[in-house]
Design a protein around this ligand. Sequence first.
Ligand code: DLL
Length: 430
Amino acid sequence: MFSPEIEKADRKTIREMQLERLKHIVAYAYERVPMYKERFDAIGLRPEHIKTLKDIEHIPYTTKDDLRDNYPFKLFAVPMKQIIRLHASSGTTGKPVVCGYTRKDLDNWSTCIARILTMAGATDEDIFHVAFGYGLFTGGFGLHYGIEKLGATVVPVSSGNTERQIMLLKDFGATALIATPSYAMYLAETAKKMGVLQDLKLRLVCMGAEASTAEMHRSLQEIFGAFPTENYGLTEVGGPGVSGECREKAGMHINEDMFYPEIANIEAGKTLPEGERGELLITTLTKEGMPVLRYRTKDITSLTYEPCKCGRTTARMARVVGRTDDMLIIRGVNVFPSQIESVLMAMPELGKTYEIIVDRVNYMDTIEVRVEVGDTGLLTDYSKLEELVARIKHKLRVVVQLDVKVKLVEPFSIRRAEGKVKRVTDLRKK
Ligand code: DLL
């Protein structure tokens, strides 16, 4: 463990530390960030009203719109002189979301990353190939400094130029790959195509920044022969490092000394108990540059406080099933792309790349899944093809309870993403 004093502290110690830090950060945000002062004053809430952890429920949520309305720097709690780094989300619509870091914030950030890499099984002897984009995106730089803090070797490749990445993975003898799950899969396919898979020394694949499924992890484990783990975070609260999986792969351990998680049913305005699924809210407990209270992540997950078999006692969040804004409503049925992925990835005849197209024809929603076959030969054998399509449709019907149109396409015919993948095209929005 990188920080055993936190990672295996008893729950009482963790909660006491969280309460102390919560009281501090609430007063800090109230005094320094005009938006929080206005919000609190409007409902007659004062920092001293926060006496227990449960009192956090009196604090209004913070949303992405709040961050956009205060673009770029109005939520910063320190003078610009103390901000030594800026990052921003890659948001495709509207203004990006900005995050500012003090020196202390950067130090805490790398501690969080060093912890999650250690729990994934990394040591200072590993060579990390970082295929996350370096730039305003928090992935590249975020992981980079955490790896340095761990004392391992970092190869800051960034994203793109996939064949060259394979050459470097091989020549530098990387033992750990950092990438989005979709890009890790693209690298795996490319290494296979180039015939060098057996020359790679990877023993760890650490993924994050987009949703993945257990089936996707299993496929990557099979192809690379490396242990797949996942980690989670978002720009608004500083980037990656909020939580990560240990070797038990039984949820992602939250860095609870830095982040206070809650699960909420937003419509009901209620915080949900342990185990129930809802939207994750995060309060930053230590951020100096830009503290955020009860941020609505839009990510759907659940929490458990059961101690983990790995010996850690920190809360764990379940794999994110999807974002509230990614959930498709097709003919009144709620569908998460991850449900479709879990079906496709478990079928050995299929490749690992797919896309989902949603449309509306004659006032009726339609959903089509285009998925690559694993082997081109299949496409010329009509009876096998028909049988396979029928089988996929059946499995999808069981999981999503809808008739899904299925189209099998040639290997490598769907465009690969080098950063975050976009699997869904919703033509109804046009
Ligand atoms: O993606 C931060 C990050 C970088 C996390 C590298 C992990 C590794 P944003 O670009 O602001 O920040 O996007 C944040 O990505 O709200 C989730 O919807 C999604 N996301 C991040 N990690 C996961 C994950 C980074 N492990 C948004 N599983 C979040 C599912 C994830 N979704």
